[in-house]
Write a protein that binds this ligand. Structure first.
Ligand code: GLU
Length: 596
């Protein structure tokens, strides 16, 4: 988060507003923010210094990486409330140093049991996307609190109540508003204003939070306290859950706003039935390393994995930058074509996971890439069950839209355990609906489903269903060496661009000889089986762009793609944490005992 020019808090405004009197009364200070930190005792990287500090505090007090990840995530729920929190879901990837194995938790939100494939249809037609986003209809059963508890029960060493304390304190005492927070509030202003509970919290006095002022969320502090004291049953069986259900089924919209906020159909049974799924991670071998990531219901692991298998056939370390980008763009295009056709919630869909990750399939697809030409888009999917070399027949479908905000944190501890955890409420600001009196926004994750088949002629694995998880792109990833020791762990927000960001950062680090922080900072490109590839400003108008256009590439600008964080293991028990230098105002890397 950016600590922008400190504007004085405005007590008069606060006094007049009478809505959230605790805002802006005192000034919070945030720990110093740096994109890279090296040292011993463990490391945390996130987008926000208060959140990284919460994780470091836990590590310092003897907690392990899982404990610290939960504390960091809870703090992000305070300082990044538009990206993540109690009202959302995510995927938790854990490397256990003792067994040298990677384990994962799927804490994705689920559709209500009454949902079917027509969830987002009205009179046989998809409802407008924006209406689905800001509605009860788009809200899935939150998976984040259950993920925290499951992670702690499985591998943690401290109680949830203890780990929520730093976040509870942060919510109560407040954090310093930065440009990013203000901008994100601004882009949500119109819809936030239509929900009194959201407006009271995030638009105190009807105004945007002032940069440099202190933002407090006492309701969220109480919610964390309740979760700490009562356990996550408060949500899945208790009063917090009842508040969520009531809010989803009758969104508390201002009747004078004129906004239609469609109701959802969530029940206490949906909450009671919610389960975090343990999944075998995806594994891709890449240049002698093992790349572990999230299996379906996320498409992150299989799509990054397939693209890596394709790229492995080119020596990227020797390629010119234009050739490297060409290969990266084409591998992404192909992997996205296959993702759209084959990946969905494995409880409902027969996902050919092994095939998607097989080198045989990747080779059959790699054969389509030409040095002097660009593949047409949208490209038709291949069939991983029967890989046919160079086949490009079949029907193509474009990649459906996903929101582009979420948050990723990466943690390592002194015992060598590592966590890569990406959590989300989907859109920036989720559904825009705050649970009254509870201090958090509900997700709009169900809008990650296809509203109608992406390709009417072919089965779409991502249509809604009862209790089904919408397909995700989250790709928290851990790379191990040949002795199953960690090399690097990373992840990013950014909806479907997560996949290309993780792929580009990994190849930047593993093949292009960039340090982790430079691989993260590198200007990004993102191709997702569309006619045009998105480029960040750092690549726009570059020599590479011109060389790629000369062979048929077509581009459009994307001002900012993703906001990655990662950790890398150095010799002698040292860690280096890395985060963004610029994006989202820069991220925060910390270690327990800094040492260059
Ligand atoms: N909902 C998206 C997913 O799970 C992520 C949204 C985002 O990164 O902003 O893939």
């Amino acid at each position: 988060m950016t600590v922008g020019a400190a504007a004085p808090p405005s007590p008069s405004r606060t006094a007049q507003s009478g809505t959230n009197p605790e805002q802006a009364m005192t000034r919070a200070t945030s720990p110093e923010k740096t994109p890279v930190a090296t040292g011993h005792g463990g490391a945390v990287a996130s987008v926000d210094p208060d959140a990284s500090a919460a994780g470091i505090e836990v590590l310092r007090k003897g907690g392990n990486a899982v404990d610290a990840a939960v504390a960091t995530a809870a703090a992000l729920g305070v300082t990044e409330p538009y990206s993540a929190g109690v009202g959302g879901g995510g995927y938790f990837v854990y490397y256990d140093a003792e067994s040298r194995r990677v384990r994962t938790l799927d804490g994705r939100e689920t559709a209500p049991r009454t949902a079917d494939s027509k969830l987002f249809l009205e009179d046989g037609r998809p409802i407008p996307f924006a209406q689905a986003v800001t509605s009860g209809l788009g809200v899935g059963t939150p998976g984040t609190p259950a993920t925290w508890q499951e992670a702690l029960d499985s591998w943690g060493s401290k109680r949830l109540g203890t780990l929520l304390k730093p976040a509870e304190r942060l919510a109560r005492k407040g954090f310093k508003v930065d440009e990013t927070f203000r901008d994100q509030t601004k882009s949500n202003r119109a819809r936030f204003a239509d929900f009194p509970a959201t407006a009271r919290l995030f638009l105190p006095g009807g105004k945007l939070p002032v940069v440099g002022s202190t933002f407090k969320n006492p309701d969220l502090a109480r919610t964390y306290e309740e979760l700490g004291d009562e356990g996550v049953d408060a949500l899945y069986h208790g009063p917090l859950g009842r508040d969520v259900v009531r809010t989803v089924n009758k969104p508390p919209v201002d009747p004078d706003s004129g906004r239609t906020a469609r109701p959802g159909d969530l029940s206490m049974k949906d909450l009671r039935d919610y389960r975090v799924e343990r999944r075998t991670p995806t594994r891709t071998s890449y240049r002698g390393l093992g790349v572990y990531s999230m299996a379906p219901s996320s498409s992150g692991g299989t799509t990054v994995g397939e693209a890596l298998n394709i790229l492995e056939r080119t020596d990227l370390s020797k390629a010119s930058k234009a050739r490297y980008l060409h290969r990266f763009i084409e591998a992404s295009r192909i992997a996205f074509a296959d993702r759209g056709r084959w990946v969905g919630d494995p409880a409902f869909e027969n996902v050919p996971r092994k095939g998607l990750l097989s080198q045989r399939f990747a080779d059959a697809r790699e054969c389509l890439i030409k040095d002097d030409k660009v593949l047409k888009s949208p490209l038709a999917p291949g069939d991983p069950r029967r890989p046919a070399p160079c086949a490009d027949g079949g029907r193509a479908a474009p990649t459906t839209y996903e929101g582009e905000n979420t948050t990723h944190l990466t943690v390592a501890d002194k015992w060598g355990n590592v966590v890569a955890y990406t959590l989300t409420i989907e859109q920036t600001g989720g559904s825009g609906i705050t649970v009254p009196g509870r201090g958090f926004l509900l997700n709009n994750e169900l809008t990650d489903f296809s509203f109608a088949p992406a390709n009417p002629a072919v089965h779409d694995p991502n249509l809604p269903g009862p209790g089904k998880r919408p397909r995700s792109s989250l790709a928290p990833t851990i790379v191990l060496d040949k002795n199953d020791r960690p090399v690097v762990a990373l992840g990013s927000p950014g909806g479907a661009t997560i996949i290309t960001t993780v792929l580009q950062t990994l190849t930047g680090y593993l093949d292009r000889d960039l340090s982790l922080v430079d691989a993260i900072a590198e200007p990004r490109a993102s191709q997702r089986n569309a006619a045009r590839t998105e480029l960040e400003p750092g690549l726009w108008d570059s020599g590479e762009q011109r060389r790629l256009e000369a062979i048929g590439h077509s581009f459009k600008q994307n001002p900012e793609i993703g906001a990655a964080t990662g950790v890398e293991r150095l010799p002698g028990g040292k860690w280096r944490a890395a985060a963004e230098k610029e994006r989202r105002g820069g991220g925060s890397a910390m270690v327990v005992r800094p040492q260059p």
